[in-house]
Unconditional design. Structure first.
Length: 75
């Protein structure tokens, strides 16, 4: 599974990154996590509000910080 966190490094983006790592650990799944901070690549996903969460190339969330439990449900 490939998970991308879209954002420019704000505190919300960092919190989402930590929640993603917690969700992966709790679900005991293997996932590649990548932070995407390039505004052009973020816009290619159609995301206008960060942070964004992309799982296997599909945008799952924009503009809010999901909890680890909410993220785990998206797996």
């Amino acid at each position: 599974m490939k998970i991308e966190i879209l954002g420019t490094g704000c505190s919300k983006c960092e919190t989402l990154t930590n929640n993603v790592k917690t969700a992966i650990a709790n679900a005991k799944v293997f996932a590649q996590v990548e932070k995407v901070d390039d505004p052009i690549k973020i816009m290619e996903y159609g995301v206008m509000s960060t942070p964004g969460l992309v799982i296997n190339g599909v945008v799952k969330s924009t503009g809010k910080v999901l909890t680890a439990q909410e993220i785990q449900e998206l797996f």
